[in-house]
Design a protein around this ligand. Structure first.
Ligand SMILES: C[S@@+](CC[C@H](N)C(=O)[O-])C[C@H]1O[C@@H](n2cnc3c(N)ncnc32)[C@H](O)[C@@H]1O
Length: 334
């Protein structure tokens, strides 16, 4: 599997074909623009100038270039298991398989997967019987996802677009299910705007399902291996300025050295996320915090659970690792 963390030091080292590090698949060496701290060397201070303000679209340019470049390596990586999707018609991503108990039956639903990347989770949902649309701002990601759906005969189509533009790019009020997460929210500067997008896409009675890295996890310094303590280093709450990282790697197993190394990400507190959904007129129907996460978010401090998810090796009960949040748009299906 894959993934990364967002906002704090993205590391991406892959262990055993699974997700490895923390950060929104991104970067490990970084400048924390919000804190004005130098993080782990290799900092690009220039990256913050004229770009850090989320009202400046520069963050999108950097992030898109960063993601575009990673697509071929991710599609070829064992972590994303694209070959297994082709070979085994029943194969599901580890992420969707983890989601199943809370996700329930999605057969017959019309779903949209926001920030779908190369479509492995989207195709998994289609294999469970949903009719899926994936949206991502990366053209190479959309091309890879489209190829995967075509090759596997999945009921999934893909649209290139930015999340905040999704209501204009897709059918509004038409989806039974909005699915997203695992390294998605960290790329967005404004959680309230995201919640309004979700509300606009759902039909009355439709449901949001998100499993995401916990904002408390993302506030922890992932480079501290010197003691057993967890050190809170990065913002827990949403900040106007992003965390800006530079990193030539990614979170899957690959020999590729990337050139588009700058990325910008944000944390969003759990209360901010829940409140944003409530204010968008969605009814919260479930919030579960988990003691595991799909990638090795705190390298050197975590161990695999059942060969899949990662958990703090020492006293894991001290930290929420990820969460699943569900909400429904009031009303009945027209
Ligand atoms: C880590 S992936 C999350 C998807 C899924 N959990 C996975 O791992 O396959 C993050 C995705 O978000 C996309 N992305 C980042 N910012 C975006 C934005 N503003 N609008 C649309 N897509 C965006 C990237 O292109 C990338 O494919």
């Amino acid at each position: 599997m894959y993934l990364h963390h967002c906002c704090a030091g993205f590391l991406r080292i892959v262990h055993g074909g699974s997700l490895a590090a923390r950060s929104c698949p991104g970067t490990r060496a970084a400048t924390c623009a919000a804190l004005g701290q130098r993080h782990n060397g290799r900092v690009t201070n220039d990256a913050n100038q004229g770009r850090a303000d989320p009202r400046n679209a520069g963050y999108l340019t950097d992030n898109r270039a960063n993601w575009d470049e990673r697509v071929p390596a991710h599609a070829a990586s064992p972590g994303y298991a694209v070959a297994q999707f082709r070979e085994d018609p029943a194969f599901l991503s580890d992420v969707v398989r983890y989601d199943l108990p809370l996700l329930g039956n999605v057969a017959g639903l019309r779903g949209v997967h926001l920030q779908c990347h190369i479509g492995t989770d989207t195709v998994s949902l289609a294999r469970l019987g949903a009719s899926m649309t994936g949206l991502d701002f990366s053209a190479p990601a959309v091309a890879a996802a489209t190829a995967l759906a075509r090759e596997t005969g999945a009921d999934a189509t893909f649209v290139q677009g930015e999340v905040y533009g999704a209501p204009d790019a897709l059918d509004q009020g038409a989806f039974d299910l909005v699915y997203t997460g695992i390294g998605a929210l960290c790329w967005l500067p404004d959680i309230r705007r995201w919640a309004s997008v979700v509300a606009a896409l759902l039909r009355p009675g439709g449901r949001l399902f998100i499993r995401e890295g916990h904002p408390m996890l993302w506030s922890i310094d992932d480079t501290r291996a010197d003691d057993d303590l967890l050190v809170v280093r990065y913002p827990y709450f949403e900040t106007a300025e992003p965390l800006t990282f530079t990193d030539g790697g990614t979170y899957v197993e690959t020999d590729v050295i990337f050139e588009q190394v700058v990325s910008h990400s944000w944390n969003h507190g759990l209360g901010e996320i829940v409140t944003a959904l409530i204010d968008a007129r969605l009814a919260i129907t479930g919030l579960v915090e988990h003691d595991s996460v799909p990638w090795e978010a705190l390298p050197g401090k975590m161990e695999r659970v059942d060969g899949k998810e990662w958990r703090l090796a020492d006293n894991p009960a001290r930290l929420p690792h990820s969460y699943t949040l569900q909400a429904v748009k009031p009303g009945n299906k027209p």
